[in-house]
Write a protein that binds this ligand. Structure first.
Ligand code: ZN
Length: 326
């Protein structure tokens, strides 16, 4: 298994302007109150490693997150039902705000800093592990990427790009494939939002040919900013982030589902800045003496070096995984 390091030279506000994110959070909080009033699933086994015991960790936007006592993964305990999630996707005020305001105003920066690097990663993985003449089928969770991939006809055949989502977009369905077997699958933060990630990964494994590739990006519960900030971490936005698996949780989940991990990297750039920004706003929450000392007594260049260390040690909260079906 290999890991890569990446250096990003952009500011987080380029893709997440503070004012727009605050309004999005406000709408999302109201949506959750409106649509997830009576959650029904509680005290479930860990969705990553399947261990039976989790304990309360924190509440975020009024949803309770539990932590697995075995692998440390964080996950929403009081999960919405399928019907509640469908209603949320259909009638949410936050989703159109994201699509019409946030995504539109940041589209060029998002393409440059998020989408293009992912396309490069896919292209590299396909050329390394697959025969260049093979027809590559792609399961894609997000329309952005479907269109972006279709614009690369030298790499992908447009008719071989299949959506793996059910019509209401709240679960993974392979029925649309009509017997096609896939050589590759993309899941960009898709499993973070999944109500039943173990079932969904099983469906993906079934749809892939032996040796098929699975490209995953995920927000990791083992990441530095999430471990330090907990409910104060602004990237934890349910229901898109119902599952925050740790590196260890992901490895067990993939192995249990019949995959070997070829690459596991955490090329995130914002952990230290996220923590620093929160400390500058309110230092009182910080219990950890080492973290408190670090941010009080070291310069930005040291914090940048610390961020590089987080990548090397797989401790950033942005993860990317390339797995192969065995
Ligand atoms: Zn676990």
């Amino acid at each position: 298994m290999r890991s890569i390091l990446l250096t990003n030279s952009y500011d987080k506000s380029d893709i997440k302007p503070t004012i727009l994110i605050q309004e999005y959070q406000k709408l999302l909080t109201q949506d959750i109150q409106d649509f997830f009033k009576k959650p029904t699933r509680k005290n479930q086994a860990c969705n990553a490693c399947n261990a039976p015991t989790t304990e309360p960790a924190f509440s975020r936007l009024k949803l309770q997150y539990n932590e697995c006592l075995s692998c440390g993964s964080l996950q929403v305990d009081d999960r919405p039902t399928t019907e509640q999630l469908s209603a949320f996707i259909k009638y949410s005020k936050a989703i159109p705000y994201w699509n019409e305001k946030l995504a539109t105003s940041t589209a060029p920066e998002r393409f440059k800093h998020i989408i293009q690097p992912r396309l490069d990663w896919i292209a590299q993985g396909i050329s390394e592990y697959k025969n260049a003449s093979s027809k590559i089928g792609i399961i894609d969770a997000q329309p952005d990427y479907t269109e972006a991939l279709k614009a690369l006809p030298n790499l992908f055949s447009p008719q071989n790009i299949h959506s793996l989502h059910s019509p209401d977009k709240n679960s993974i369905s392979i029925s649309s494939l009509k017997g096609n077997c896939l050589d590759a699958c993309l899941a960009f933060e898709s499993f973070d939002a999944s109500l039943h990630p173990r079932d969904d990964l099983g469906k993906v494994a079934k749809a892939l040919n032996k040796g098929g590739l699975l490209f995953i990006t995920s927000i990791l519960g083992s990441g530095f900013d999430i471990r330090v900030l907990r409910e104060r971490c602004e990237s934890i936005l349910p229901p898109d982030r119902m599952n925050l698996f740790t590196v260890e949780g992901w490895k067990i989940l993939l192995q249990d589902s019949g995959f070997e991990v070829l690459e596991f990297s955490t090329p995130g750039s914002f952990d230290t800045n996220n923590v620093k920004s929160e400390i500058n706003t309110n230092k009182e929450f910080l219990q950890d003496k080492f973290v408190s000392y670090l941010f009080s007594n070291r310069e930005q260049k040291d914090l940048d070096a610390f961020q590089n260390f987080l990548q090397e040690a797989l401790l950033s909260s942005y993860g990317r995984i390339l797995a192969r079906k065995v």
